[in-house]
Structures are given as structure tokens and as C-alpha cells.
Design a protein around this ligand. Structure first.
Ligand SMILES: O=P(O)(O)OC[C@H]1O[C@@H](O)[C@H](O)[C@@H](O)[C@@H]1O
Length: 241
């Protein structure tokens, strides 16, 4: 695994060397990363879709965002991925410098990228509500470009390795394919069955998260391993290496 992280970190060095030559790149990377924050699914995308496309589309988006957020957290606990900005300090043979920025300090494990995965699920869910035809194709292209740009911004600020971005894309597509139709069916059911189904899913998600967290801890894995690393290795004033 270390060799993968090594070559992945080299990819970050190349991306940073290429992009940081251009003016205002750090400001741009930070702005894109902030815009790609999954919280905007609730604060911006949900109200806009609710207003423009109606309540069914709006609730579809917010349920998909919640499910994707839950899957992302659980996958992060299971995969326990490092983040480049602290990995670079610990790897003794690492000769290069990685940039940090004011938003680099993510405290959770890094795999898969939540910005990429959750944003992709949310945008693909919005896409489900756009009628087929030329407009949908254009919107689809915009979705993929937006998610890739967010992925590059995560590399530029040293928050993710390349494979974590690719895992975010893969899991985003899989989760959207797995849940979208079920959520849509649920939203078209009667209010009573909708309420029961949502309560059931919420209880299962909470119980499963608690079960996985405790089982993993008992097996000797620590999902909180990343917090001290993030606190000690984050310094936006410096390059790390
Ligand atoms: O895995 P990433 O892209 O670093 O995202 C992790 C977290 O980043 C935070 O900034 C977001 O508010 C969370 O919603 C998100 O889950």
C-alpha cells in the first residue's frame, strides 16, 4: 500500500507544480473545494431543486445526499485512509514538498473523497429529474466536469490522494445506481408508508453505524486515528515534506 501512496503523492506534486505556476491558483482551489463541500447539498441544492423542480425532486436530492454522506463515513471508517498532508510528514523517504492551504485540515480518514462522492450522487440525482434530450446531455457534461474540477482542487490542497478521488467517483456512481430508483419509488408511495419506510431506514442506518464503529474498534482499528495526525501536521503557513 505504501508504494501506492508514494506514487499517488508524486501525482499530487506534478499537479501542484503544474497548477501553482498560474496566478490565483490557490484562491481558486480553495474556492472550488469550499463550493464542493457536501453541506451545500442541504443548504443550496435542496432548496433550489425544491423550488425549481418541485418537492419530489427536492426530497429525492436530500435523501440521496444523506444516504451518500452515511455511506461515505462508513467507508472511511472501514478503509482508514491517510491524507497526503500528514502522510508526507511521516514518510521518511519522501523527498518532495506538498502545499497546504487554510482548508487542507480535514480531520477524518481520507478514503473515499466525500467532496467527490457525495457531490456526484447529489448531482446525478438532480440529473434524474431533467428530461431526456439535449439539455440533459449538456447538464450531464457539466456534472462530470464539476466533479472532476472538485477532485483536482482536493489534490491541489493536499487533502486527498489520487486513488481516493477515483474511489469517490466509483462509489458515487455505484451508490447513485443502487439507491436512486428505490428513493424515487419511496417518494411516490403513500404518506403513511413513506413515513414508516423513512423511520425504518433511519433506525437501520444509526444501528448499523454504531455496530460497525464498535466492532471495528474492538478489532483494534481506530476510526479516530486521524484526529491527532490532522491536529499535529496541519500548518497552512508551510509546505510539508
Ligand atoms: O472526504 P472529504 O472530501 O475530505 O470530505 C470530508 C468532509 O469534509 C467537510 O468539510 C464536510 O463538511 C463534510 O460534509 C465532509 O464529509
Amino acid at each position: 500500500m505504501e508504494w501506492l501512496l508514494y506514487y499517488d503523492a508524486l501525482a499530487i506534486v506534478y499537479v501542484q507544480d503544474a497548477f501553482y505556476r498560474l496566478p490565483y491558483m490557490e484562491t481558486l482551489a480553495v474556492s472550488v473545494t469550499k463550493l464542493g463541500d457536501p453541506r451545500y447539498a442541504y443548504m443550496v441544492v435542496f432548496p433550489v431543486i425544491f423550488w425549481c423542480l418541485g418537492p419530489v425532486a427536492g426530497f429525492h436530492v436530500i435523501l440521496a445526499a444523506s444516504a451518500a454522506e452515511w455511506c461515505n463515513i462508513v467507508l472511511k471508517w472501514l478503509l482508514l485512509g491517510n491524507r497526503p498532508y500528514w502522510w508526507a510528514w511521516h514518510h521518511t523517504d519522501w523527498p518532495h514538498l506538498l502545499h497546504q492551504s487554510p482548508v487542507t485540515c480535514e480531520t477524518g480518514p481520507g478514503n473515499p473523497s466525500g467532496h467527490v462522492m457525495i457531490t456526484l450522487v447529489v448531482l446525478l440525482t438532480c440529473l434524474d429529474h431533467v428530461e431526456r434530450g439535449g439539455r440533459r446531455k449538456r447538464f450531464q457534461q457539466v456534472v462530470w466536469v464539476a466533479v472532476c474540477v472538485i477532485g483536482v482542487s482536493r489534490l491541489l490542497i493536499s487533502s486527498h490522494f489520487l486513488h481516493q478521488i477515483l474511489c469517490g467517483l466509483l462509489f458515487g456512481v455505484l451508490i447513485h445506481a443502487a439507491i436512486s430508483r428505490h428513493l424515487s419509488t419511496l417518494l411516490h408511495s403513500s404518506p403513511n408508508s413513506k413515513f414508516c419506510a423513512m423511520m425504518g431506514v433511519a433506525v437501520v442506518m444509526l444501528s448499523l453505524a454504531l455496530f460497525l464503529f464498535h466492532s471495528w474498534t474492538r478489532l483494534g482499528m481506530d476510526p479516530g486515528f486521524s484526529i491527532p495526525l490532522a491536529k499535529s501536521k496541519f500548518n497552512p503557513q508551510v509546505l510539508c515534506g
